[in-house]
Ligand binder design. Sequence first.
Ligand code: ARG
Length: 590
Amino acid sequence: MLKDKIHIIIAQALEELNLPSDKLAISPPNNENFGDYATNIALQLAKSEKKNPMVLAQHIVDAIKTGDVIEKAEVMNPGFINIHIGKNKLIENLSQIAINKIEIPQVNSGKKIIVEYSNPNIAKPFTVGHLRSTIIGDTIANLFESTGATIYRDNHLGDWGTQFGKLIYAIKEWGNEEEIKGAENPVKILVELYVKFHTEAEKNPDLEIEGRKWFKKLEDGDEEVRRLWKQSIEWSWTEFDRLYKQLGIKTEDFENNGRGYGESYFEDKMDPIIKELKDKKILQESKGAWLVFFPDEKFPPMMLVKQDGATLYATRDLATDKFRLNKYGKDVIIINEVGAEQSLYFQQLYEVEKMAGWVTDGQRIHIKHGMFRFKDSKMSTRKGNTIWLEDVLEEAIKRAHEIAMEVGIKEQGDISMIKSSHIIGGESKREEVTYKIAIGALKWNDLKRSAHMDIVFDWDELLNMQGNSGPYVQYTYVRCKSVLGKADNPVIPDPDRESREINEEELSLIRSLSKYPETILESTQNFAPNYLCLYLYDLSQKYNLFYQKHKILKAEDDEIIQMRLTITKAVANVLSHGLTLLGIETVEKM
Ligand code: ARG
């Protein structure tokens, strides 16, 4: 990574001057004209060195070895140091990327990380909340993987708990198994039955007791009850499998044969945890229930065993983490990608795990996502206020279809052409493209902002071809591919290409490309896919500007054509690499 090389050279200069280099940090300056990187190290050291920052900066600049990597270093008021990378070096770097040699520093190699995401509930809607978790979690896992970590993907399915007693009671009482089985979406019927249980229970509180009774039967292994519970799981998985496939999520990557370790897996693993926490005096009795009381009432108490002996969501989470630490190693890092509404819960959970001596600081990480609000009233007025993912997907595909048509007309001028271009692979090919645009738009919309922020869902923003959207970036990739496809000669990236006059737009792109690896690192270390999105969006804008201002295939001479094609190739490679990390598929034509 060029950034590292520059860091080393400046650190050497500091060492030569007997100055400490531990505070040295370099980052791109606000204004590209100031160079590739800047550092404020002279400003930082001025006080302790009792020197004027401008003078100190000049000393450092004088000691910096210029050459291939750093072509020029200069002082800027009030003591910044600006660094310019040599053009030859940038071109060498460009050539590497153009032949798809994208090297991401493996800073996380040796680390083991469990990324738990998606986590839908059996017999409940797969909500947009679960969608956010799926999209963000998958990307976080990809990012860490790309930087060398060993990743275990887990799906903590909600497949256990007293709600299953209620559900099974409702199936028995009001449901018809045959009808559920034959339904297009059995889960919808299960949800209806569950809702009915609650409306009925409002009238007749005894039902709650029934619910508990049936859950007890499930716990005790009653054959018929178990069968219905397992059946509900299978019905739900038929639905989940379909959704994951649509979203391009590879279920086979999930632990435990592609299904993750759901809550029920820990059904018989909670007793030893309760015993351990009692022995360690972390768990205390209060009115027949067992709770963790936090020192200084840092958090509200957390209940792990109810009065009637029933365990809870938290009890299963503790058993889950203990299992993970045993299975993957005491040093494994565990990430939960779960909605921000569970923040306090996870703080409590992590604290208990620390009190028990299982984990140390930084080993448990909650990546929180905010809520979805819909601008479109159609989506928000659904009964029960749950938004089914499948409805969102359907709408996205419908709208993406319109977009694909519009783009076709705009770019190619003739709708019949765009239609036929997709028909290369038949009608299904066009459908596939529309699909990829729709899913890309949904994912980008989620990933482009800080995860913890709420999203006001706006279809126009999602599919805006001029703005910061998935289709815009996918489209830029299509544009690159189209240019490359029309070139008469193959692109031959030449690392030694004489640095003739490089125009402003070219330089800006070449510089931007050189910063791709560090963007991945920053995105990863900050659990922030939005950094990567911002970068790819910026790169796309830069490319489109370059495309509008300069001829590529009809440039003045072969040398320039080759250079511009090399840039085009490199941009395509980086866009494809980045989109893949974001779980977004590229399309060759739109
Ligand atoms: N299934 C839960 C829900 O839908 C989320 C599970 C989160 N993960 C966990 N380890 N508690 O709310």
